[in-house]
Design a protein. Structure first.
Ligand SMILES: [K+]
Ligand SMILES: [K+]
Lengths: 448, 448
């Protein structure tokens, strides 16, 4: 549908700027999804329009917040619709990212020699098709591999039919960082299962890196040949993963309602690793998040705001944006005119993009929380958690979303939509910027 | 003392960069203050060292958070010491601002023809003395005028001696945005007194504008001759004052524990105006802030982070920084290379300063709150409120500071110190930046 809309736009049948086109295609997908979920065949006992809309928004924006229990309210057909929405929403982002970046004449990551032109001539169309094929391959391999691994857990427990379906559902949901689960308590039942604690996080990490990073890894293979973007993403992700795992374990180790109740240190580390990976983009949980300490919650909120990789299904301001934010601050204190990293330099003009993205994100959170406090009388930290979870399309919950009235739900839905469309839209504006005059060996870092 | 330290530094007897010098002079002032407050003559029944230190930090950084009741714990002598610390702390900032800006060869606001050189030659010393005289005059006129007005309320109520002392104390405390009051409930007793609701906010506003703005107003008199900085400050302050008064009134109008208990609409508007003015920099309160709704609290936190004017006694990221932040975001979306305001342009290189300041401020708040959640088990919103109040040297409280253990108090003291020294220190770094190449008629905006 994206390609179709896109080609329409190129033929000037629809004269919309790409960000509007992106928002429009998501909106259309959401409406179709809502209608599909309203079909009698999708649910056991019917579903209110508001609930169907919320579920469709949550699925298309790969967030994972829910107002009904996915596992019990929907039939397998309904769950399949949700899975399709997740896949289209998640894939759409990747494909659209390629399309707009290529249309802008920016390197699209697979090879630095491939530049696609705005007129989409023969060569570029062929390149584009090749690119999309690679993306589809990565998606297919990861999701089927994940299914196979998860099936080793679910099939013995639930039998072939249900087990395979659960493995497929959770694999696709994890790879697209969607966070939808078929159990009301998400992944709590598998909190101490090593295979699940390996498979789900790996899918989430790979899906959250962004296709250009994966392409660099598989095609270039050597560290020194990686683009600056890939290097920053890999180092940043590794630091965040290790740091948040350790911090989570330290803070929650003795909390009787979370890690404290687990038998062994290994189990505690497993659960910490799982939550630390999941907190930035995917919306699963293997412990009860409402029982976390306030400081762990604050760490969680910070990680959600940082998010995953550009051109991935992850939300937030993105890891590279966060790194550039820190490097720019450092450069300022050192009175440097350029940001240096891995022997490359990034122009300070990038700071404008970072700043615009951070300002829009923080203002959205502020307004969202402010409006939520008007509609709901819950604890402030929980409202903040829920708003950030929606805006960063993470989808973890401390139980507030279920309690919200229709206005509160609308705010959450808007936050999810902005979170999904916004950063990319901004990314588009970024790409449209005047090309930077090259003074030093410059490098492109995707922001937002 | 500042001048003495400064001249020592110029003679290279002490070889410290100005930011370190600033921090050092505050630290010395704090230690002297602590010793003075420990004197038997300062308190009725003695005071713990920790309490004396906390009070000294709070006074020198003109914050106003307290662990003991200023009115009942300290004798008039002790209160006079506190007042002296406030005055030195507050004045020190203004004087130091002139000194470092002049040393950097930047226009210091009084006249755009006055540039003082780093070697402080004869002419510049004479100019400097003239400038300092003007500052001292403004301080003296405002503080004595405020005392006279407040005395009309306090003298009839408490008699000449106590009444005049209270008028003087609150006038100086207000002009320096210090927020120290002689009553345990701050200004609640005068919540409906029109004269107090006029005098205190006016002192706070003038003190919070920054001397360069006041100098522009008194010396240039015509709007079109004002510097861009002055225009931005005046418009920004007016918008913030009107907006926050209205929003405060709307949100709290029916809250039985704040505005709801007041008899007339006039009283409610008075109290809203008072709290709206006070929230950005001074630390008084005429209603019980712990009873505000969560959304009002959130608004309050945002206003505290914005703060007052550069080179004033106010804290926060400063009004102009906030405006530039918004204008830069707007410029980015419009794909402009410069920020435009009032027919002047500001180079985007300013964005670096803004960004560094915002990042440092937000990281400080995050770390502060994070550490506070480790030491204290209170409600998150209250801890956030207290941390921001300390870092932005505002000094309002929802009652947490009194409950903190020694570690928690230390964190609050550090936040106050960073809040007081940090932004200016950063301002110093800013001033040291490479002079911008002038392309358009450029204008200097003080940030932080
Ligand atoms: K998610
Ligand atoms: K204050």
């Amino acid at each position: 549908m994206f390609i179709w809309l896109r080609s329409l736009a190129f033929r000037r049948t629809i004269n919309l700027p790409p960000p509007a086109l992106l928002a429009l295609s998501y909106a259309i997908l959401i409406v179709i999804g809502m209608l599909a979920l309203e079909l009698p065949v999708s649910t056991h006992h019917g579903i209110a329009w508001g609930d169907a809309l919320f579920t469709a928004v949550s699925a298309v924006t790969v967030t994972g917040l829910g107002v009904v229990d996915t596992g019990s309210a929907f039939t397998t057909t309904g769950q399949a619709f949700i899975l399709l929405l997740i896949q289209l929403g998640g894939l759409g982002i990747m494909v659209f990212a390629v399309l707009i970046l290529s249309a802008m004449g920016l390197p699209i990551g697979m090879s630095h020699h491939v530049f696609l032109r705005e007129d989409l001539n023969q060569t570029s169309v062929r390149e584009l098709v090749r690119l999309l094929k690679v993306i589809l391959w990565v998606v297919l391999v990861c999701e089927l591999g994940g299914t196979a691994l998860l099936a080793c857990v679910t099939v013995p427990e639930f039998g072939w039919q249900t087990g395979l379906w659960q493995a497929l559902f959770h694999s696709i949901s994890a790879f697209n960082n969607a966070g939808f689960a078929l159990f009301p308590d998400s992944m709590v039942r598998w909190a101490n299962n090593p295979l699940v604690n390996f498979t789900i996080p790996m899918l989430v990490i790979i899906g959250g890196l962004g296709y250009s990073v994966i392409a660099d890894i598989f095609q270039l293979r050597q560290w020194r040949r990686f683009s600056l973007h890939t290097k920053l993403m890999l180092v940043g992700t590794a630091v965040l993963l290790v740091g948040s795992t350790v911090l989570f374990a330290v803070l929650e180790w003795d909390n009787a309602k979370t890690l404290g109740s687990m038998a062994s240190a290994f189990d505690k580390w497993q659960a910490s690793w799982f939550q630390a990976v999941i907190s930035r983009t995917a919306g699963f949980n293997s412990i009860n998040l409402a029982e976390m300490h306030d400081n762990t919650t604050l760490m969680f909120i910070s990680l959600m705001l940082i998010g995953g990789g550009s051109t991935s299904t992850a939300g937030g301001i993105k890891v590279t944006t966060f790194i550039i934010l820190l490097l720019a601050t450092l450069a300022f204190f050192r009175r440097q005119q350029r940001i240096h990293a891995f022997g490359r330099s990034v122009g300070l003009e990038q700071v404008l993009k970072v700043q615009a993205l951070v300002v829009t994100t923080l203002l959205s959170v502020m307004f969202g929380v402010f409006l939520l406090t008007l509609t709901h009388d819950g604890e402030f930290l929980n409202l903040l958690f829920e708003a950030v979870s929606a805006l960063a399309t993470v989808g973890v919950s401390r139980g507030i979303t279920g309690e919200l009235d229709q206005l509160g739900r609308t705010i959450i839905m808007l936050l999810m939509f902005i979170g999904r469309v916004g950063p990319l839209t901004l990314g588009f504006f970024l790409a449209m910027q005047v090309p930077p005059r090259v003074r030093y060996p410059a490098s492109q870092v995707y922001l937002g």
